[in-house]
Design a protein around this ligand. Structure first.
Ligand SMILES: CC(C)[C@H](C(=O)O)[C@@H](O)C(=O)O
Ligand code: SF4
Length: 473
């Protein structure tokens, strides 16, 4: 019998019951909650007169609707009534049910997918869910993590179990070493360019290979974060020493007396050498250079040195139509150079790229430079209050402010238009987030997905530029 993949192992370790119809019941170790997808779940509990089954398995924080400007005035200062009610409702529900919540003005508040790992709430070998598609982020730690719907949030709160169906196994192997100035974001955008936004449908993608092994935990989170953009609900990376080192001393990590046993168990969280995957995709790290999306789907991505595609050169009529539509929405012309795209705003943040390493990368580029005069706004939004504090300790805030970027409070911010940070109609934004759908960052807004270093380079030049060229790598 063939060996097991990491996904198989995690599944088997959490399987409570396998049903004949293919569905199964799996045990959920941790649930993370935010204000958008939890209100009806709590309401459901109330109506059924239930309590959460294991209160301390949950952690909550508001992120999507919080303003990122000065907010010491508390929840009442949220102008939009729907946003205000959502944040207040999360506060009230967590108070009522006794769930630990990092409220808006708690220094530990932030984007759920930054806060969970940072606190050690997400652990290797655990199952983690959240009513949010980018829960795939947590798979970077060798955890089985994916987004769930609101009714499932209620089910997990009530029973600590989830009805699920086992996915296929897919391996995306990135062989060789990444070049200087090429980051995890470029890797995942390149992968999506190769396999497409439906490439991972129905699969749990394990990211492996030499290049992935050499990437930090922050970078692995960036990659797993966008597994969902490749069609997979689950992205996963095997545990190694980098993973284990990340958890030392985090608030919810195993304590001193349990540490050795935990670390020994975590080391087993790798796919067996003879494990069989349903699909294997091999990518050569040397082929990856900084990436920029030009269209309205993450798979519409090219090298920064390339040109915008020409629909007349596309033989598949459906694809040609898709390119035409995207070019129209994006206000771009076929064959235009990517480096000729002028930008209006820059957004450095989101659960894809708002961790300390991302901020360091962006700061290294803007240091000693100024935001181009044609840029209306360049925002830096740390993923959590703790990331913000660390960045300030390192003086990164001063570098950003000095260069003319705005230094904000943590939250989802301009990743999606659920708070005051939005694009204007027709504006182009170099964004480190994960989705470039029509209207994602504001009505008529035009999103280009890039790495933090590339966004920073765009901020100081006003257009896309190969960051390796700017930095003289
Ligand atoms: C609001 C939430 C349900 C949504 C998600 O599930 O991903 C959001 O976080 C997003 O990125 O679009
Ligand atoms: S930062 Fe963006 S992608 Fe991440 S959870 Fe918030 S809205 Fe979703």
């Amino acid at each position: 019998m063939a060996g097991k993949t990491l996904y198989d192992k995690l599944w088997d370790q959490h399987l409570v019951r396998q049903n004949d119809d293919g569905s199964a019941l799996i045990y959920i170790d941790r649930q993370i909650l935010h204000e958008v997808t939890s209100p009806q779940a709590f309401e459901g509990l109330r109506l059924a007169n239930r309590k959460p089954w294991r209160i301390d398995a949950n952690l909550a924080t508001p992120d999507h609707n919080v303003p990122t400007t000065e907010r010491s005035g508390g929840v009442e200062l949220i102008v939009d009534p729907v946003s205000r009610i959502q944040v207040k409702t999360l506060d009230d529900n967590c108070d009522a049910f006794g769930i630990v919540e990092f409220k808006m003005n708690d220094t530990r508040q932030g984007i759920v997918h930054v806060v969970g790992p940072e606190q050690g709430m997400t652990l290797p070998g655990s199952t983690v869910v959240c009513g949010d598609s980018h829960t795939s982020t947590h798979g970077a730690f060798g955890a089985l993590a994916h987004g769930i719907g609101t009714s499932e949030v209620e089910h997990v709160l009530a029973t600590q179990c989830l009805i699920a169906k086992k996915m296929d196994n897919m391996l995306v192997r990135v062989d060789g070493q990444l070049g200087v100035g090429v980051t995890a974001k470029d890797v995942v955008l390149h992968i999506i360019g190769v396999i497409g936004t439906a490439g991972g449908n129905g699969s749990a993608i394990e990211f492996g290979g030499e290049a992935i092994r050499s990437i930090s935990m922050e970078g692995r989170m960036t990659i797993c974060n966008m597994a969902i953009e490749a069609g997979a609900r689950v992205g996963i990376v095997a545990v190694d020493q980098t993973t284990i080192d990340y958890f030392k001393g985090r608030p919810f990590s195993p304590t001193e007396s349990q540490w050795d046993a935990a670390a020994a168990a975590w080391k087993e969280l790798v796919s067996d050498d003879d494990a069989e995957f349903n699909t294997v995709v091999v990518i050569n790290a040397a082929d990856i250079i900084p990436q920029v999306t030009w269209g309205t789907s993450p798979e519409m991505v090219v090298d920064v040195t390339a040109t915008v595609p020409n629909p007349d050169k596309e033989s598949d009529p459906t694809k040609a139509d898709g390119i035409r539509r995207a070019l129209k929405y994006m206000g771009l012309t076929a064959d235009q150079k990517i480096t000729d795209i002028q930008l209006d705003r820059v957004f450095i943040g989101s659960c894809t790229n708002s961790r300390i390493e991302d901020l360091r990368a962006a700061a290294a580029v803007v240091k000693g430079r100024k935001v181009a005069s044609t840029i209306k706004q360049a925002l830096v939004v740390p993923g959590s209050g703790l990331v913000k504090a660390q960045a300030e300790k390192e003086g990164l805030d001063k570098i950003f402010i000095e260069a003319g970027l705005e230094w904000r409070e943590p939250g989802c911010s301009m990743c999606l238009a659920m708070n005051p940070d939005k694009l204007g109609n027709g504006e182009h934004c170099a964004s480190t987030s994960n989705r470039n759908f029509e209207g994602r960052q504001g009505f008529g807004g035009r999103t280009h997905l890039v790495s933090p270093a590339m966004a920073a380079a765009a901020a100081v030049t006003g257009h896309f530029i190969d960051v390796r060229e700017l930095m003289g790598y």
